[in-house]
Unconditional design. Structure first.
Length: 41
């Protein structure tokens, strides 16, 4: 029982960190695109 709980908890943390990384990457891309559009104007 405990082993299954720990495994689920670990997967939840993994999913959470993955979604956070995804958000950060999206934000960085937006900033880069914004800088590029400013530079070309």
């Amino acid at each position: 029982m405990e082993h299954v709980y720990i495994k689920r908890h670990y997967l939840a943390i993994k999913d959470f960190s993955a979604s956070c990384e995804g958000k950060i990457i999206v934000q960085l891309r937006r900033v880069q695109m914004h800088q590029c559009s400013q530079h070309h104007q």
